[in-house]
Write a protein that binds this ligand. Structure first.
Ligand code: ZN
Ligand code: ZN
Length: 369
């Protein structure tokens, strides 16, 4: 294998530099991953514009690669071997805490970069920390004993596999957290890769009504939502969304409202609350706004609304997402719109942010191109 590994490193606000790092030494309980494709999502856009830590970081947290070299213990523990195509979750948990024992390692402190400066998470961890290769925008990634890997089913290309994270979030948030299932009526706000993946998950689960909202710049994405199984697509700039939802549901409202918007402030949450049924609906929120003046707590309690928080995915939702991708039941190539090489990392992130290219929904970064 090569002695040096090329990586795209975030060195500041909207700044990428290319650097080489030494290939890490193999060991009995670790592995090296040859990167094939890194999915780029809205979080990359956000943290490229506003880095959460000052140190240099190799971004890339939705990573698909081939096991290039694996120690004996790693192979035994993980059930994957050299040559296998795998999805590596961005969490690198401790596997000894309460949350890890419950299988909810997404909540483990060892991978909680917000609260724990020593936490490790792919795409978020300082590149100064040995052995440096903690992100997917590089030719190789280092996998310690506690990396979480999933074998990618045969027949799935790395580019298609790289939408596994939004798909897993779709299954986690809509199905596991908000209990969308047979005959559910769902409002999905925001037709980006996340909202479209929620559409697929809800459709597969048997939702009887799926309404997706977007703005004028989302016109093509709203079309894709309809092709993926949404029943109605509403442009909130052209129509009164609430009025339209009431009309569609005969005044009853929806069972579940999922917020998959970015940078829309408090508006989607307020619409979600209004659009939910008279009693007992479920609202999924993101942590987009730090402050929420005049939050309608009385209305939440009066409508007996349950609030769920979008917080990543668990092992099962990833496994189910990979099965979903393998099933070929939905035209997911409508989501995987763009592929770019490592040298275009800056362009790739900005494209997902909608500032550089038209018609982008999902971008796969291919580190060997
Ligand atoms: Zn992501
Ligand atoms: Zn833990």
């Amino acid at each position: 294998m090569a002695k040096q590994v090329l990586a795209a490193v975030r060195t500041g606000v909207h700044q990428t530099e290319f650097r080489e790092y030494p290939m890490p030494q193999g060991s009995d309980d670790s592995a090296l991953l040859k990167m094939e494709a890194a999915g780029i999502c809205g979080t990359d856009v956000k943290f490229y514009a506003k880095p959460p830590i000052e140190e240099d970081v190799i971004m890339g947290h939705e990573n698909i690669g081939t096991i290039a070299e694996a120690g004996r213990q790693f192979v035994e523990r993980k059930g994957v071997k050299e040559g296998d195509l795998v999805f590596v979750e961005h969490y690198v948990p401790c596997f000894s805490c309460e949350w890890c024992h419950q299988g909810d390692y997404r909540l483990c402190a060892a991978t909680d970069w917000r609260k724990n400066p020593d936490a490790i998470r792919y795409g978020y961890t300082s590149a100064e920390r040995p052995p440096h290769l903690w992100g997917g925008f590089a030719q190789y990634m280092y996998l310690p004993w506690n990396a979480v890997v999933h074998k990618v089913p045969d027949g799935i290309s790395p580019e298609l596999a790289s939408v596994v994270t939004p798909m897993a979030n779709g299954i986690q948030w809509a199905l596991f957290d908000c209990e969308v299932g047979y005959d559910s009526r769902v409002l999905i706000q925001g037709p980006g890769q996340q909202g479209l993946s929620q559409t697929v998950a809800c459709k597969q689960a048997g939702a009887s009504l799926i309404i997706v909202t977007g703005t004028s710049k989302d016109k093509a994405r709203l079309e894709v939502a309809l092709k993926l199984g949404a029943d109605y697509a509403i442009n909130v700039e052209e129509e009164d969304a609430l009025e339209r939802i009431r009309e569609i549901t005969n005044g009853e409202g929806v069972d579940v409202a999922l917020d998959c918007t970015a940078g829309a402030g408090t508006v989607p949450v307020l619409l979600g609350i209004e659009a939910l049924k008279r009693k007992g609906g479920t609202l999924l929120v993101q942590g987009e706004v730090a402050k929420f003046p005049d939050f309608p707590l009385a209305q939440i309690t009066n409508k007996y609304i349950t609030i769920k928080c979008a917080r990543g995915h668990n092992f099962l939702s990833c496994e189910l997402a990979l099965k979903q991708l393998a099933s070929d039941r939905f035209p997911l190539d409508l989501i995987t719109t763009h592929r770019l090489g490592l040298k275009d990392t800056d362009l790739a992130i900005k494209s997902v942010g909608g500032t550089e290219a038209e018609g982008v929904i999902h971008v796969s970064l291919l580190p060997w191109q």
